[in-house]
Write a protein that binds this ligand. Structure first.
Ligand code: NAI
Length: 777
């Protein structure tokens, strides 16, 4: 056979990697594993078999953790945590570095074991998974080293429960364990039931690295064990997996005070414009949807191709698909390996078989007779609303539709409940840079796809979850602010008697869409001070919430304004508040019966000026990722934020939440202090005179308990916060599960409003989007 013929037929001999070392390692362990708790393996117990999906052979027996096992693991982690944290960043860095080195030394063993267990091609485990794992530990060794100097206000959360999926078993472990350990946390991790072996090898590496016992604990088992971890006495849950389970975890942790990060599913668009380098875009697609058999949360599984080139593009794609080599994952020449398990194979098969729309092309390449194989598949001619255009298939199946204009491409791309990743293929840099910010996704790749690095935070928006893994932004998920917390008891309004202080009895309305609005229900309540009746305020209901959210959602243009403009408006609000400082101070004193109103007003003016100062300075970053290119980390506004404002600081609490939010381009629905609402209703007069566009700030008054749920459950609200003294955190977090919106709740702990927390607010008001742009040679 000539070289030319080999290239044409793609037929060349097998080049299998030896499984001997990995099988010997499994043999050395006796073929059965217990859990790794408190620095040692437990005796294997009752459990299940772990099979090689390419052959069906049993690789090892794994133990299903019991409640007692989970309790022991959590207790070990709890005991180890204070000492681990006190060791200090530089000492922890050395352990992380040692782990990275050891993984590097055992890279081949890890890669082969991963491929045996998961079915992914050895080319991928060897060249992508394991090198990225090492990189993650090296990178976070650096983060541990720098923690004290660069994050002086940060401390560990404590014990982290971590639940990971089967598609990148060791890589997901690294994404969870490395930052947690770097920041001084200890962990209890559960690998997915199909793929636990590299996690157990990792446990052995921790031992070899001399990691103090209890810092890393690994328990094996299915979703029931996951549920036990979610309920256990841990300080944080980090989960990667299906949106359905993520939503359940959100509900289960609601009100528990546990921090939560969720990295969930996706249906990521892969957009090809008619000026794209078509051959590169086709190769990109091979990496987008046939990488890891399409079992990738950010897989480019939804092809959007410009109409004029669609026919040619699909024809080329079919030809390329037919040349993919599907087979023994240990063969170094294989492009597509085995699906992780017969269960997943069945899921993929029934989803595709259940579809009758469009034209289906199954690659004509040969499939092995046995094992969990599914042919690379392309379904063209689907409508955007077809189930397969919307549902995550999590297999080697690409669905495709066409578009005419860039605007339509954006609309189709964003027509999904997910928002994890997106790929844009065009030779026109202006077009790429115009489109990238418009895509609702946590990661955008330009003329490339499925690029990952420890320096570039990964994670989604919408129902793809919240929180980032990697980069500086990823550290927020494993730290909290220093300082002790104080319980916040419900603050009751003053109940008074007597006539009005001001002879004209005024009823303050709500502030919605830049206008004063009567409450829908028509009800109001009296606000008393010690001196007598101060006025009335409207009692908003769920319809008022809807109106306010609609107004905020409609004020989209605000997110596109420049930081410079937003800064000017914030300064102007500050100036106008300053002009009426005495009046506001008097009002606050009259409501609260305290004498610190003047101080509160002054602090509120300062918050406005601080937010104005930050509006054009809270910059993104350009990450030095290991490609010839950059990852641009852009800080984007979260969207519409609903907040129950602090009861105890009626003006300062509201301004402290509002100012950073609008500084970064968000629109807000603020529910005023419940006992002392009049400072907020006076404040909208300040907003009216300060050039704040209608709908950017909306203010409701009424019962926090009544308004919390409609706000938290509203699908057009992207984040919900509660600083209320009513303990509504659990309710809010539970209701937020609907669209998995971001939450920030106080769990009945007091916030010291006299301290400037603007940076924390800035972080909560933005989400990082990483845009990868390769720049060639
Ligand atoms: P899954 O979400 O059920 O499993 C992920 C992890 O969560 C596993 O470790 C599992 O044992 C654990 N788990 C399951 N139920 C749990 C519960 N109630 N509480 C706590 N932990 C629980 O994903 P599964 O069943 O393996 O795959 C189903 C679908 O999920 C796939 O077809 C795919 O669409 C999606 N998926 C998405 C992933 C992603 O990275 N976004 C990864 C894996 C699956």
């Amino acid at each position: 056979m000539t070289i030319k013929e080999i290239f044409e037929t793609m037929e060349y001999g097998p080049a299998p990697e030896s499984a001997a070392e990995a099988l010997a390692w499994l043999g050395d362990q006796g073929g059965a594993f217990g859990h790794f708790i408190d620095g040692a393996f437990t005796k294997p117990g009752k459990g299940f078999e772990s099979r090689n999906p390419a052959t069906g052979e049993v690789l090892a027996k794994l133990t299903q953790a019991t409640q007692a096992d989970v309790d022991a693991a959590v207790a070990a982690a709890r005991k180890a945590q204070p000492k681990w944290e006190k060791l200090g960043g530089p000492a922890r860095a050395r352990y992380l570095y040692a782990i990275a080195r050891l993984i590097q030394k055992h890279a081949r063993l890890f890669a082969v074991l991963e491929t045996l267990d998961n079915g992914k091609p050895i080319r991928e485990s060897r060249d992508i998974d394991i090198p990225l794992v090492q990189r993650h530990f090296y990178y976070h060794a650096g983060m541990a080293q720098l923690m004290e100097s660069e994050l002086p206000d940060a401390q560990a959360l404590g014990v982290c429960g971590q639940i990971i999926p089967w598609n990148f078993p060791l890589l997901m472990l690294a994404w969870k364990v490395a930052p947690a350990l770097a920041m001084g946390n200890t962990v209890v991790l559960k690998p997915a039931e199909y793929t636990s072996l590299t996690a157990l090898l990792f446990a052995d590496i921790c031992r070899q690295a001399g990691l103090p016992k209890g810092v890393v604990n690994i328990v094996t088992g299915d979703g029931a064990v996951g549920e036990m971890i979610v309920k256990a006495d841990v300080d944080k849950i980090a989960f990667t997996g299906s949106t359905e389970v993520g939503r359940r975890i959100r509900e289960a942790t609601a009100g528990s005070g546990k921090s939560l990060t969720l990295e969930l599913g996706g249906k990521s668009p892969y957009i090809v414009f008619d000026d794209a380098d078509i051959d590169s875009a086709i190769e990109g697609l091979v990496d987008a949807i046939w990488f890891n058999q399409g079992q990738v949360c950010c897989a480019g599984s939804r092809l959007l191709v410009q109409e004029g080139i669609a026919e040619r593009f699909h024809a080329k794609l079919r030809a390329r698909m037919d040349k993919l080599r599907v087979g023994n994952p240990l063969d170094k020449c294989i492009d597509v390996g085995a699906v992780v398990d017969p269960v997943q194979l069945q899921t993929i098969t029934s989803m595709v078989d259940g579809n009758s729309a469009g034209q289906v092309h199954r690659a004509t390449c040969e499939l092995p007779e046995n094992g969990c194989y599914y042919p690379p598949t392309l379904i063209t001619g689907l409508e955007p609303s077809d189930p397969l255009m919307q549902e995550e298939i999590f297999g080697p199946v690409l669905v495709s539709t066409t578009f005419r204009t860039p605007a339509e491409a954006v609309e189709l791309a964003n027509n999904t409940r997910y928002g994890l990743a997106a790929t844009v293929w065009t030779e026109n840099v202006n077009l790429a840079l115009d489109i990238a910010p418009k895509l609702v996704a946590g990661v955008v790749w330009v003329n490339a796809t499925n690029l990952f690095d420890a320096a570039a935070g990964f994670g989604g928006v919408r129902e793809s979850g919240f929180g980032r893994e990697g980069g500086w932004e990823g550290l927020a998920a494993y730290t909290k602010s220093k300082g002790k917390t104080k319980h916040l008891a419900k603050i009751e309004p003053v109940v008074g008697e007597g006539g009005p202080v001001d002879p004209i009895d005024r009823t303050a309305k709500l502030y919605v869409g830049g206008k004063q609005a009567r409450p829908d229900g028509g009800y109001s309540r009296a606000v008393w001070g010690k001196a007598g009746l101060l006025g009335h305020v409207g009692l908003a209901n769920r319809k008022d919430v809807r109106n306010a959210v609609e107004a905020a959602a409609g004020a989209k243009g605000w997110s596109k304004t420049t930081g410079h403009l937003r800064a000017q408006i914030l300064y102007y609000i500050g100036e106008n508040l300053s002009a009426r400082a005495a009046e506001f101070a008097h009002r606050i004193d009259a409501m609260t019966g305290r004498r610190d109103g003047a101080k509160e007003v002054e602090a509120a003016i300062q918050r406005l000026f601080t937010a104005a100062a930050w509006a054009d300075k809270y910059d993104g970053q350009v990450h030095g990722v290991p490609i010839r290119g950059v990852a641009i980390a852009m800080k984007e506004p979260v969207g519409v934020i609903g907040a129950l404002c602090a009861d105890e600081a009626p003006l300062l609490g509201l301004v402290s939440a509002m100012a950073p939010a609008i500084a970064m381009g968000n629109r807000v629905v603020l529910v005023a202090s419940e006992p002392y609402p009049l400072a907020a209703t006076d404040f909208y007069q300040v907003l009216d005179t300060s050039d704040v566009p209608a709908g950017v700030v909306n203010i409701l008054t009424g019962s926090h308990a009544e308004l919390a749920k409609p706000l938290a459950a509203h699908l057009n609200v992207d984040a919900v916060w509660s600083f209320s003294s009513s303990d509504l955190s659990g309710q809010i977090e539970k209701a937020s599960a609907g669209n998995l919106k971001r939450t920030w709740v106080n769990n009945a702990t007091a916030f010291d409003w006299s301290v400037d927390h603007t940076r924390r607010f800035l972080q909560a008001t933005t989400e990082v989007k990483n845009i990868w742009v390769p720049y060639g040679e």
